[in-house]
Design a protein around this ligand. Structure first.
Ligand code: UD1
Ligand code: MG
Length: 494
């Protein structure tokens, strides 16, 4: 198809059945609003112009549309007087800029619509040289749809809306999906000829079909093979159904592209996520937003990643991550919480019960257990001991901690930021690091350990604790010939 394409998306309706403060077309499935899916499909046609008709809650719908498509034209329909009126408002907004060619009409609430379907329809419309073409469907239950009425020769004569249909017409199962294609010149000519003398008192865009037929112009109907693509969600039940169907389609597409999905039913992948071949997704996994997963990575079970980037061959187990980058062959989890700004280098590890935020963790560096790493930089090959807290917040401001390369820090440390631990440095167990540790130094804090011998026997006499202590003393006397005295091993070590 070569002629100019203009698309009008109708999104002025109320959507009262959603029972929501959020406008219907802004409800989300698969990581995008419903109208976001429609505009995505429309975009793939590379139309010259896209006009969105907004009305109900346009203060919310309008900005959302312009955010998705900066050159979007918004046409405001203050009162929703029908689809014909909505298109008239769109044409007025376009004015002289509508040069000719084809005008496609779509609705903002059909999230499963695909660009290829619109493309094939526009091409068929063009090939038939029709004044107007209908994307039609044959349905088991045509209730609520406009019925396609054919003349004696089998040509399309009119679309009759549910409320205006005779009992015989209501039996017709060939319906109008809602998506129409117009020759621009015909649309401009007929739009003012559409009246509102009907059961609903609305200006029906579908009356254009009867007008074309009466004018002796060509009307074509092309059946959509995949009827769900033109299905709208009017309430939350339909929204969930379409959401589940969209997810099935996305998951299937990735499996066809070489991704192993153990349990498609509990795997949720947003429309904008990208997966390489030989990725494995284990049950209970959500890959949300613009998450990207490289080859051979294994994600899950029970993992949610939003806008994350996972490197080749990485392993992410029972993890919640947002705006985080995990390097190739790195290991994350189980039970890790990656907050925005987490960057884990190649072969690194963020282990069990570890929370990270705004943290660059170098190649091969490891934070294996029970730690909080916030506002930090950890060098290559460094190991952070279990139970370490990067204390980044002094109650007023956040500060950074820097740990150098190949450092080894002890268990149960607190790093009080701002502070720096040098390359190859170390810290003892339980150290509170308040001052910088030079490269290669070992930091220890707190006084030497003091043991008070016989404390339990004298202060807790008569308790099980004292009895156990006394018993241990006897055992040790018999085994080592030594009791727990002032010269015990603890004293000797300190
Ligand atoms: C419409 C069609 C019907 C078709 C059905 C498919 C007409 C007259 N009827 O009926 O043939 O089978 O869709 O779902 O076109 N809208 C506006 N402004 C308005 C009125 C509607 O923007 O003044 C928008 C709505 O937000 C919605 C779309 O147009 O996205 C369709 O409107 P709706 O009222 O649902 O039309 P139906 O009665 O379902
Ligand atoms: Mg409808």
């Amino acid at each position: 198809m070569t002629d100019q394409l203009t698309v009008i998306v109708l999104a002025a309706g109320g959507g009262t059945r959603m029972k929501s403060k959020t406008p219907k077309v802004l409800h989300r499935i698969g990581g995008r609003s419903m109208i976001g899916h429609v505009l995505g499909a429309v975009d793939s046609l590379e139309p010259a112009q896209v006009v969105t008709v907004v009305g109900h809650q346009r203060e919310l719908v309008g900005p959302h549309v312009t955010e998705l498509r900066h050159d979007a034209v918004l046409a405001v329909q203050d009162e929703q007087l029908g689809t014909g009126h909505a298109v008239r408002v769109a044409l007025e907004a376009l004015g002289e800029t509508l040069g000719g060619g084809t005008v496609l009409i779509a609705y903002g609430d059909t999230p499963l619509l695909e660009g290829a379907t619109l493309r094939a329809f526009a091409d068929a419309h063009h090939a038939a040289q029709a004044a107007v073409s209908i994307l039609s469907g044959i349905v088991a239950d045509p209730h609520g749809y406009g019925r396609i009425v054919r003349d004696a020769d089998g040509g399309v004569e009119a679309i009759v809306e549910e409320k205006d249909a005779t009992p015989e017409q209501r039996e017709i199962t060939e319906i109008n999906s809602g998506i129409l294609a117009f020759d621009a010149a015909f649309l401009l000519d007929c739009i003012g000829r559409i009246g509102n003398d009907n059961a609903k008192g609305e200006y029906y865009l579908t009356d254009a079909v009867g007008i074309a037929h009466a004018d002796g112009l060509t009307v074509a109907a092309h059946a959509v093979e995949d009827a769900l693509q033109t299905e709208g969600a009017n309430d939350r039940v339909q929204l969930a159904e379409l959401g589940a169907e969209l997810n099935r389609r996305i998951v299937t597409r990735w499996m066809e592209a070489g991704v192993t999905v153990l349990d498609p039913a509990t795997t949720w992948i947003d429309a904008d996520a990208v997966l390489a071949s030989d990725v494995t997704i284990l049950p209970g996994t959500q890959l949300l937003g613009a998450t990207v997963v490289a080859e051979d990575a294994v994600i899950g079970p029970d993992t949610t990643l939003e806008d994350c980037e996972i490197g080749e061959g990485a392993r992410v187990v029972r993890t919640h991550g947002q705006l985080a980058v995990v390097g190739p062959r790195a290991n994350v989890g189980p039970f890790a919480y990656l907050r925005p700004g987490t960057l884990l280098g190649a072969d690194g590890k963020i282990g069990t019960f570890v929370e990270t935020k705004n943290a660059q963790i170098g190649e091969g560096a490891k934070v294996p257990h029970l730690s909080y790493v916030g506002d930090a930089e950890i060098g290559e090959g460094t190991n952070i001991g279990a139970g370490t807290i990067f204390a980044n917040y002094d109650g007023a401001a956040k500060h950074r901690t820097k740990v150098g390369r190949f450092a080894k820090t002890g268990s149960n440390n607190t790093f009080v930021a701002p502070v720096e631990i040098g390359d190859g440095a170390g810290t003892g167990g339980g150290t509170v690091v308040r001052r910088d540790v030079p490269p290669g130094a070992l930091a220890v804090s707190g006084g030497p350990q003091r043991n008070l011998p016989g404390w339990a026997q004298s202060k807790r006499a008569g308790t099980a604790q004292a009895e156990a202590a006394a018993g241990a003393g006897r055992d040790e006397q018999s085994q080592n010939g030594r009791g727990l005295g002032a010269d015990g091993p603890e004293r000797a070590e300190s």
